[in-house]
Design a protein. Structure first.
Length: 45
């Protein structure tokens, strides 16, 4: 079984046993993007 994650940046395919690791990774990436967006918004203010 595979898990497929698609985003603007590409597609990630991993084995289902790695799902928890991938979830953590995605969560971290999303948090990083959010933080970067907030920094950009603050810089423009």
């Amino acid at each position: 079984d595979c898990v497929i994650v698609q985003s603007e940046d590409g597609t990630l395919v991993c084995h289902k046993s790695a799902t928890e690791d991938v979830k953590r990774l995605i969560q971290r990436v999303l948090e990083d993007e959010q933080a970067a967006d907030e920094r950009a918004a603050n810089a423009q203010a």
